[in-house]
Design a protein around this ligand. Structure first.
Ligand code: GRF
Length: 206
């Protein structure tokens, strides 16, 4: 199987990027991360790309004040790198419809809640806690124009404990993200994700 070429978009810490890089290097996921892009030149997570000599492109909010200009720059870099799949791993910006159309069915996002609960927010764990849910988790889904509403690939649940804070809950969810995201990328690479309307059917392994 040809290894898929993956571009990862980050805005911050990059622990999901690191988990994906580790999974590809271990051979668990038949893919290579060929580009990491960020809308913040100082994103902490860029260190994981640089440590492994993965090319980086930044379209910083300070330099590129306009969202379309930032995304055009990143899209051109993804195209030039021959990326098959785009992974949003802690990316904090809504993608333009033209960007999503250019990679239709080829963009995955990881979100720290069991969607459709607590979508369209950067504070999903805090909102879950405030709402008093007893179970939360993470979702990996395809990206469509409807933010956080694209077809769901995988979900992993975690309990909400009595003494949880936003930090402890976020940490428990993040540990699941680090498994779910590489797993979903692996399924995509293996051609095992079949879109059936809003449902994603996971095809059996050959
Ligand atoms: C994760 O919780 C992810 O679900 C959300 O942003 C966070 C990014 O964490 N979209 P990291 O940058 O991968 O460490």
């Amino acid at each position: 199987m040809r290894r898929a070429r993956v571009g990862v978009l980050i805005s911050g810490r990059g622990s999901n990027l690191r988990a994906l890089l580790d999974a590809t290097e271990r051979g668990d996921v038949p893919a290579d991360v060929v580009l990491v892009a960020s809308n913040r030149a100082d994103a902490q997570g860029l260190v994981h790309a640089r440590e492994r000599a993965v090319p980086v492109v930044t379209a910083d909010r300070q330099r590129f004040g306009n969202r379309a200009a930032r995304q055009d720059r990143i899209r051109a870099a993804l195209d030039a790198a021959g990326v098959d799949l785009v992974v949003l791993a802690g990316w904090d910006e809504i993608l333009a419809p033209s960007f999503i159309a250019a990679f239709a069915g080829r963009i995955l996002n990881v979100h720290p809640s069991l969607l459709p609960a607590f979508g369209k927010t950067l504070h999903a764990q805090a909102e879950a806690l405030e709402h008093g849910v007893k179970v939360s988790g993470c979702t990996v889904h395809f990206v469509t124009d409807d933010v956080d509403c694209g077809p769901i690939v995988l979900q992993r649940a975690v309990p909400v404990e009595e003494d949880d804070t936003v930090e402890t809950l976020a940490t428990r969810i993040l540990a699941e993200e680090h498994h779910a995201l590489p797993e979903a990328v692996g399924l995509w690479c293996a051609g095992r994700l079949h879109l059936d309307g809003q449902r994603v059917r996971i095809l059996p392994a050959d």
